[in-house]
Design a protein around this ligand. Structure first.
Ligand SMILES: [Mg+2]
Length: 444
């Protein structure tokens, strides 16, 4: 945990400055080949050697080190195809260890949180930070963040910053692609011609928020690179692709549209977070919020027929209150087997929260991230656990059926029910006329 209360070395929090009309600046810290890098933290002898991490049951490749990418190994390659390389020692393979990855992720986030006014974890290996209004040249700060995460956690990252999140993502991609940049790129310091050159180097499909289908359509419109995309008329983009891609287009042109907390969902993780209606100092309140987020994340998990390997939780104080003692707490908990069971994952989330807990802070926001996602049917049940597995499945199916019929809160875990101190004020909400029996409109 990082206590940022006693005079942050890098300046005051952001919002007052935003009000003062400063232009926003977002940083992005993104680990390089995260799972592979985690494995190397405790096996420094593997530095520079081609390395892959395999999915559950050692099925296929999910992460490759830069060296493995150079060998032409693709994500999704079945492990048996690589057996020869692995046996000869030309390639090192690891089974996935989400407990380790989750914990190193938590340490990485805490390290970054201690260096900037505000962070927002985005996925297991990346977080955005709000640098708006930070004084002076930002490039040295980016270098410092990168160096500290490497030194304290052992994970190599690329660190970028720009006026919009989409440009921060793009700058990070450039920092990863061009080693000469030294792993950092301050987009805000680039002169216009260099920005254009940089945009022209990035294929349109690499732009954050441009999906495969949009990329194809954009190429057909003659926009093969990020620069060509940025130069399309905004009205044409909006008409052809709708508001979401119009936002991406505006962001590429330096117009911030995506707030720190409303980024499109990351791949391969499920994340839920929300601010509390009022600050909470009791463990019970924070745990209830986390349980509620876990329940929602699990519903999504099951609706996509996935199971998770690890749960990470975080909670933080109100960064907008200059008088509050600041703290960002995060912990994760791995599961022995992948699960989509609300009860199992809630227990893990509460366990992680207990480890992260600190007394004496006024918490303002909490979030849950499920990682190590894989198709539920790939998660092979243990012979001895097959029975409890079937019970859990049927219990969850019943839960989903009931909440589909009577509303989401009809059945909650005890932890979730124990407090609603964190919940948003909802006194003005209209009844759920169509989804809850109790809210059915009455006709006399
Ligand atoms: Mg990464």
């Amino acid at each position: 945990m990082v206590d940022r209360g006693r005079g942050h070395p890098l300046g005051a929090p952001v919002p007052q400055m935003k009000e003062a009309g400063l232009r926003p600046v977002f940083a992005l810290v993104d680990a390089n080949s995260f799972y592979a890098s985690c494995e190397r933290v405790f096996r420094p002898d593997l530095a520079g050697r081609p390395l892959v991490v395999l999915s559950n049951n050692d099925g296929c490749v999910v992460t490759r080190s830069a060296e493995a990418k150079k060998m032409g190994i693709k994500n999704g390659t079945p492990a048996f195809r690589l057996a020869g390389l692995i046996r000869s020692g030309a390639l090192v393979a690891f089974s996935s260890n989400y407990e380790l990855y989750g914990d190193l992720s938590a340490r990485m986030m805490r390290t970054v949180a201690g260096m900037v006014p505000r962070i927002e974890p985005y996925s297991i290996d990346e977080c955005f930070a709000d640098l708006t209004g930070m004084p002076g040249d930002l490039a040295p700060l980016l270098v410092q963040i990168r160096a500290r995460v490497l030194k304290w956690i052992g994970i190599p990252t690329c660190v970028s910053c720009a006026q919009t999140k989409t440009l921060a993502k793009l700058a990070n991609h450039l920092a990863k692609t061009y080693p000469a940049l030294g792993g950092t790129l301050d987009w805000t310091a680039l002169a216009a011609p260099r920005r254009e050159k940089a945009l022209s180097l990035v294929p349109v499909g690499e732009v954050w928020g441009v999906g495969g289908r949009s990329a194809e359509a954009l190429r057909q419109m003659g926009a093969r690179t990020a620069l060509e995309f940025a130069r399309l008329p905004a009205s044409a983009v909006r008409r052809r692709f709708g508001v979401v891609l119009a936002r991406t287009h505006a962001e590429l042109n330096g117009l911030p549209c995506i707030e720190l907390e409303s980024a499109p969902p990351p791949r391969r993780q499920i994340m839920r977070s929300r601010s509390f209606a009022r600050p909470c100092g009791e463990f019970q309140d924070v745990a209830a919020a986390l349980a509620s987020h876990t329940a929602a994340a699990c519903r999504q998990l099951r609706s996509q027929r996935l199971a998770a390997r690890a749960v990470s939780v975080f909670f933080q104080t109100n960064v907008f209150d200059p008088k509050a003692r600041q703290c960002f707490a995060e912990q994760s908990c791995g599961l022995s087997r992948p699960s989509a069971d609300t009860l199992v994952l809630t227990e893990a989330a509460v366990k992680a929260a207990r480890r992260a807990w600190r007394e004496g802070f006024a918490w303002k926001k909490a979030g849950v991230m499920l990682s190590g996602l894989e198709p539920e049917d790939e998660a092979q049940p243990d012979l001895f656990e097959a029975q409890s597995d079937a019970r859990s499945k049927s219990l969850m199916a019943t839960l989903d059926r009931l909440s589909g019929r009577y509303g989401r809160d009809v059945l909650q875990t005890g932890t979730e029910r124990a407090s609603n101190g964190w919940a948003m004020a909802r006194a003005l909400k209209s009844p759920c006329y169509t989804t809850r029996l109790s809210d059915l409109p009455r006709v006399s």
